[in-house]
Design a binder for this molecule. Structure first.
Ligand SMILES: Nc1ncnc2c1ncn2[C@@H]1O[C@H](COP(=O)(O)OP(=O)(O)OP(=O)(O)O)[C@@H](O)[C@H]1O
Ligand SMILES: CC(=O)N[C@H]1[C@@H]2OC[C@@H](O2)[C@@H](O)[C@@H]1O[C@H](C)C(=O)O
Length: 362
C-alpha cells in the first residue's frame, strides 16, 4: 500500500513528510519526500509549549499546549496536501498516515511521554486513516517509548552485510545495531545537534552551526568535555532514551563561541563512541542519517573517536533527511497489520509490541 509518514523532530525545524510504498514487512520503497520548515513564529510557539510541558507532572490540556497542538495539526495537514500534490497521488490511494506529532516532553521514568498532534483531526482533514500516539503503549508497558526507528532501520539494512549500525543525528541522537543474525539493539546516544544548536543560537543568533564552520575555528576544551561525559547516562546500559532538555550547554559557559561549538561538537562525537562501546559487537559499517550528517566537523570527529568511517545514509541510496518520516509510514502500515514496532532490545518493552492508535476518517 501507499503510506505517508510525518515527523516533527526535537530540533523544531519543521515537518518531514514521506510517501512510501510498503507492506509493513519487507517492502519499503520511498516514493516522495518534502520538508516543510516552520516559521520563526511557529518555532517560538512550539518552544514555549515544550518548555511549559516539561514543568507538568503529567500531560494535561493547557491553553498553550492546546494551541500548539492545533498548529501541529494544521501544518501537518498542509504538508500532506502538498506532498500528495507534488507526487501526483490522490488521498484515496493512500492506505494510512503515520502521524508522530511533536514531542513536548518525554518522561518514561514518570510513566509518560507526550506527543502533541491529534490523529482524529488529521484523519478528518485528509480523509486518510491515521495512526498516531506511537509511543504511549510502549511506555505504559514499562518500555522507554523510544527509539522507535530501529524496526525501520532493520528493514532498510536487510540487504547489507552485518553487523551494521545506523546512527540518527537529530536534536537527540539514537543508534540501531543490526547484527548479522538479525539481533536488534538500540538506544538514544545523547544530545546530537541539540546542544550545538542551543549554543550557536545563544552566541550568534544563527539556528545551527552551518557546515560546522564555527566549530571548525575553535579548540576542544578537554576539561569541559570530560566533565560533560561524566554523566550516569553514558554508563547506564540500554535501553535508554532522552528528553531534549536532559543535557544543557551550561558546562560550556565561559568558552568563546568557537571553542564552545568545537567542544559541544566533540561531545556529540564522544557520545557516539560511548554508544559503540555498548553495542554487542563492532559494526562493519556506521551509516549516518539526520541533519548532523551535513556537519563535516561532526562527521570527522565521529570518525576520529570511533575508528569507523561514518557513511552518510545517502551514500547507500537512502535519503538521510527522510528516514524518520519514512519510518513512521512503515510503522503505521505495521500497526494496521497488528505487527510489533518496539522490542525488548530497542525500548525495553517486555515483549515485541504493536503500538499506535488508529483513527478512521468519519
Ligand atoms: N548543513 C548543516 N550543517 C550543520 N548542521 C546541520 C546542517 N543541516 C542540518 N544540520 C543540523 O541538523 C539539525 C536537524 O536535524 P534533524 O532534522 O535530523 O533533527 P530532528 O528530526 O528535528 O531531531 P530528532 O531526530 O531528535 O527528532 C539542525 O538543527 C542542525 O543542527
Ligand atoms: C521522545 C522522542 O520523541 N524521541 C525522539 C528524539 O529524537 C531522536 C531520539 O530522541 C529518538 O529517541 C526519538 O525519535 C526517533 C524518531 C525514534 O523514536 O526513533
Amino acid at each position: 500500500m501507499l503510506a505517508i509518514g510525518l515527523m516533527s523532530g526535537t530540533s523544531l525545524d519543521g515537518v518531514d513528510a514521506a510517501l512510501i510504498e510498503t507492506d509493513g514487512e519487507t517492502i519499503a520503497r520511498p516514493v516522495a519526500f518534502r520538508g516543510e520548515a516552520y516559521s520563526d513564529a511557529a518555532r517560538a510557539e512550539l518552544a514555549e509549549a515544550t518548555a511549559l510541558a516539561l514543568t507538568f507532572d503529567r500531560p494535561r490540556a493547557s491553553p498553550v499546549l492546546v494551541k500548539a497542538g492545533e498548529l501541529i495539526d494544521r501544518t501537518h495537514a498542509l504538508a500532506v496536501h502538498k506532498l500528495l500534490r507534488e507526487a501526483g497521488v490522490s488521498a484515496g490511494d493512500v492506505g494510512v498516515i503515520g502521524y508522530h506529532g511533536q514531542t513536548v516532553a518525554h518522561r518514561p521514568d514518570r510513566g509518560w511521554t507526550w506527543q502533541i498532534g491529534d490523529g482524529a483531526v488529521l484523519a478528518a482533514a485528509t480523509g486518510i486513516t491515521t495512526v498516531s500516539d506511537f509511543r504511549s503503549a510502549d511506555v505504559a508497558a514499562g518500555g522507554q517509548g523510544a527509539p522507535l526507528l530501529p524496526v525501520y532501520h532493520a528493514a532498510r539494512a536487510a540487504g547489507l552485510e552485518g553487523p551494521v549500525a545506523v546512527l540518527n543525528l537529530g536534536g537527540v541522537g539514537n543508534i540501531t545495531f543490526v547484527g548479522g543474525d538479525g539481533t536488534l539493539v538500540a538506544f538514544d546516544t545523547g544530545p546530537a545537534n541539540g546542544l550545538i544548536d542551543s549554543w550557536v543560537e545563544a552566541e550568534t543568533g544563527a539556528r545551527y552551526d552551518a557546515n560546522g564552520a564555527l566549530a571548525a575555528g575553535g579548540r576542544v576544551d578537554e576539561a569541559v568535555l570530560t566533565a560533560m561525559l561524566d554523566h550516569p547516562f553514558f554508563d547506564a546500559p540500554g535501553p535508554k532514551s532522552l528528553d531534549r532538555s536532559d543535557f544543557t550547554i551550561q558546562p560550556a559557559r565561559g568558552l568563546s563561541a568557537a571553542d564552545g561549538a568545537a567542544t559541544l561538537t566533540a561531545f556529540t562525537a564522544a557520545t557516539v563512541a560511548e554508544a559503540l562501546r555498548q553495542v554487542p559487537s563492532r559494526p562493519r559499517r556506521l551509516v549516518v542519517a539526520g541533519g548532523g550528517r551535513h556537519n563535516p566537523v561532526l562527521m570527522r570527529m565521529i570518525g576520529d573517536r570511533t575508528g569507523l568511517l561514518p557513511e552518510p545514509a545517502d551514500a547507500l541510496g537512502w535519503n538521510g533527511d527522510a528516514l524518520e518520516a519514512e519510518g513512521f509510514a512503515y510503522m503505521a502500515a505495521r500497526t494496521l497489520k497488528g505487527l510489533p514496532i518496539s522490542f525488548p532490545g530497542t525500548t525495553g518493552a517486555p515483549a515485541p509490541m504493536p503500538g499506535g492508535v488508529v483513527h478512521h476518517p468519519a
